[in-house]
Write a protein that binds this ligand. Sequence first.
Ligand code: NAD
Length: 250
Amino acid sequence: MGLLEGKTAVVTGAASPRGLGKATAKLFAEQGATVAILDLDAEAAKAAAAEIGPGHLGLACNVIDKVACETAVAEVESAWGRIDILVNNAGITQPLKIMEIEPENYEAVLDVNLRGTLYMAQAVIPGMRAHKAGAIVNLSSVSAQRGGGIFGGPHYSAAKAGILGLTKAMARELAPDGIRVNAICPGFIATDITAGKLTSEMKDQIVAGIPMGRAGEASDVAGCALFLASILSSYCTGTEVDVNGGSLIH
Ligand code: NAD
């Protein structure tokens, strides 16, 4: 019997083939959950859902669009009756220095990471409240805790630090409704989020600062998401869990 048997989950930004969301959706499915994969492109989302097995859903949803979030959630709720788990994984990053951040960079990075997390949470909360149960897992980053210095610029650190504040405030407000809200702070994980802008020199420098001596795998983060989404973490809310190979020990 899987840890998420009979549960339904929504994972945003989960169409990226080597991404954290896809690995999380796959592990959740292996543990018995029915999963809706939301991403910008409908075809990619459907293909990713089909890949993790039969019965899962793939939907287009741009998380910066409040109506799109509400529409996708309504579609999942009408298909399955309820949403037990939300993983706010959709995110983008940019390797900029402070003086290079233009208004459009600020908007893009803050919007997808922080505004998207708020809008998706707002979309699922009424249903979770009605059932008096739910688990929300937000993807922050070690960049929020140690002031960047990995790949993303200061605007990325700010967005991910904003997610920590939002996570903790939601945890406090939603605990009486039986909804737990937690954050994951991954360190350096080998995915495609760096969009070809990570040089091998940058990578060597990052890995040199990781006590475990390797980049993380998407499955390392998925395992933490499973813990936070499942009954194993039933008394955890408002936490930030480090998945960073020891690169920030505090
Ligand atoms: P990824 O680039 O592989 O996947 C991100 C996905 O989000 C893509 O499928 C993309 O299409 C989707 N997306 C982008 N904008 C969207 C939008 N507006 N609406 C819906 N979907 C959108 O990235 P990843 O490395 O798997 O990262 C997943 C999450 O983990 C992100 O929030 C990221 O900031 C965070 N994170 C990653 C790392 C890392 O080292 N990879 C470290 C810390 C935190």
